[in-house]
Design a protein around this ligand. Structure first.
Ligand SMILES: C[S@@+](CC[C@H](N)C(=O)[O-])C[C@H]1O[C@@H](n2cnc3c(N)ncnc32)[C@H](O)[C@@H]1O
Length: 257
């Protein structure tokens, strides 16, 4: 944690295996974000919470320069290892205190980040400060966590135990407008995931998701027991991959006017 933000140092080694898009999907996601944010080849873009470059690396070819900040050096190191000529420039910095001049960027990209930052209002203010007049904030997320029934069972069983220091998932679409940001448009990229329940249980047991990091062993066990009981009741084979239809969504906003 840093300033209360959830920092992903521990996840760098497994982030791409557990959060990566299925083959080919990253390009569709990048195209969708580029279209929604109306990115141009002359643009300078900033991603806050750039991570291992899951979104940045496929999105960078749409713009002139793609900067990123993250508080986890191991995530940045992983991005740099993967970088293959893309003009992506990550640095260690906090989204709530950006080391950039006012009006430095044509667009700011934020994907799966605001739930991790208690001072998300400061991150909003910083995004507004570094945007050029007419620039947009593109806020994106993938929705699989709400769509899979096993996830819903897990979430219900662990509701009070899981921690989300920033914006809770169900409020993510409300918070930017609540702070005066003006919705310009939205888009989505549908895709399909296949995952065996055994793998889901293993990921939970291994605490690969950030909401599990500060959960007590007891709460983790009761969540696992609830998912296993649901599977037994509904005859779900742990080794049979389940198909989950999901999507990546993006909304674009202009700062408070
Ligand atoms: C869930 S990952 C998302 C990474 C990337 N945007 C993606 O979609 O794959 C969130 C990242 O935000 C970083 N992070 C958390 N709080 C931050 C903050 N206050 N400033 C900058 N980065 C932060 C974490 O270290 C982590 O690498």
């Amino acid at each position: 944690m840093d300033g209360g933000s959830v920092v992903f140092d521990r996840a760098a080694g497994y982030y791409d295996q557990t959060r990566g898009f299925p083959p080919g999907v990253a390009l569709g996601v990048a195209e969708t974000v580029a279209r929604a944010a109306r990115l141009k080849p002359t643009d300078r873009v900033l991603e806050i919470g750039i991570g291992t470059g899951r979104v940045a690396l496929p999105l960078a070819p749409y713009v002139r320069a793609y900067y990123g900040v993250d508080l986890a050096q191991p995530m940045i190191d992983r991005l740099v290892e993967k970088r293959d000529g893309e003009r992506v420039y990550p640095l260690l910095a906090d989204a709530t205190r950006l080391p950039f001049a006012d009006a430095a960027f044509d667009a700011v990209i934020a994907v799966h980040i605001f739930h991790l930052i208690p001072a998300y209002a400061e991150a909003f203010a910083e995004a507004a400060r570094v945007l050029k007049p007419g620039g947009v904030l593109a806020h994106g997320w993938n929705t699989r966590h709400t769509e899979d029934v096993l996830n819903q069972v897990w979430n219900t069983a662990t509701q009070s135990a899981g921690t989300t220091p920033g914006i809770p998932f169900e409020e993510r679409q409300k918070m930017l407008p609540a702070h005066g940001w003006r919705l310009q448009g939205e888009d989505h990229h549908p895709y399909r995931l296949e995952r065996a329940p055994a793998r889901f249980l293993e990921d939970l047991r291994g605490r690969v998701y950030s909401h599990c990091w500060s959960m007590s062993e007891e709460d983790l066990q009761s969540g696992l027991t609830a998912v296993q009981a649901y599977m037994a009741e509904h005859g779900i084979d742990p080794d049979q991959p389940r198909v989950i239809d999901t999507e990546f969504r993006v909304q674009t906003f202009q700062p408070p006017g």
